[in-house]
Design a protein around this ligand. Sequence first.
Ligand code: IPM
Ligand code: MG
Length: 367
Amino acid sequence: MNKNKTTAQNKKIAVLPGDGIGPEIVREAIKVLNVVEKVFGHKFDIETYPVGGCAYDLCGESLPKETLSACRSADAVLLGAVGGPKWDGLPGEKRPERALLGLRSELWLFANLRPAKIWPSLLDSSPLKKEIISDGIDILVVRELTGGIYFGAHSRSLDKKIARDEMAYSEFEVERIAKVAFECARSRNKKVTSVDKANVLESSRLWREVVERVSKEYPEVELNHMYVDNAAMQLVRNPGLFDVLLTENMFGDILSDEASQITGSIGMLPSASLRHDGFGMYEPIHGSAPDISGKNIANPLATILSVAMMLRSTFLLSDEANAIEEAVSNVLLAGLRTADLTSPDAAPIGTSQMGDAVAKAILKMVK
Ligand code: IPM
Ligand code: MG
């Protein structure tokens, strides 16, 4: 590992731990970030801000103005998770999840990258049969994040008996996310599967037309289209089919959970939500898991791997990102497992022990 190649950087990171297991997993990610800072000689200015249910409890808003402006003036954002049963009764606009949607739209984070790969040492954790995953799984879900049904008009009839959620897409929105998918595919296995429901939805027919047009600019990338129901089936039947999976907002939400589970555990999957200039918010794809919060059993690796994505995508520090990923690979190879990854007879380690192990593995690599 070359720890002297990149020049020292001074970066401001807004950290939003959120609810449930959020604070526990974020603590471990910061532990790892601090080690990277020391080993590579950078300066990360890390400030923590409330978001989600805990922010609502503090000030009556799940996305306080101070939190949003801190994110705006930071170089990147690291988020844990939001939500929990305590806030389920709140009206739509006050719900913790709304904070997440607010962050995505206010920060213009239209491109959500969710890599789902199977770590060789976790092959046994996949619920799929060995022969189905023998060639490995390495999928990148590229999900449109600020449009579609999540951000269309939501309404109820006067008598409250009819509800509507509008799914709308503009050419512009489809084009910019399609370009991200093709760019990503270019540096991977050069294959884009665009997911839609063009046999039923008008927005999907527009989606397909625009993706088809964008693909002409990337002749080296193979494009195929797949209906979302078929994509959901193929993911468990033959996940090796996929390289980059390009989706609208809700299809990507659903398919990325499925893609994560076939790799062994949703506790392993990081994500990046990016703006056109490379600014990004990084978070594990899993939720706040209130049932296991405060028990030191959650898997912090998805958040730690989200930090690696931050270093690589927003700060362009690829040696540092590689070091984290290699450290994660080493601890898994050494047999360390949190409860979500263990077989019933193996003893799991805790959240903080996993964070310690990754931090130690990075230090060991530079010795
Ligand atoms: C995700 C989550 C969010 C989403 C929720 C919490 C609003 O499921 O990031 O995948 O639906 O986008
Ligand atoms: Mg989701």
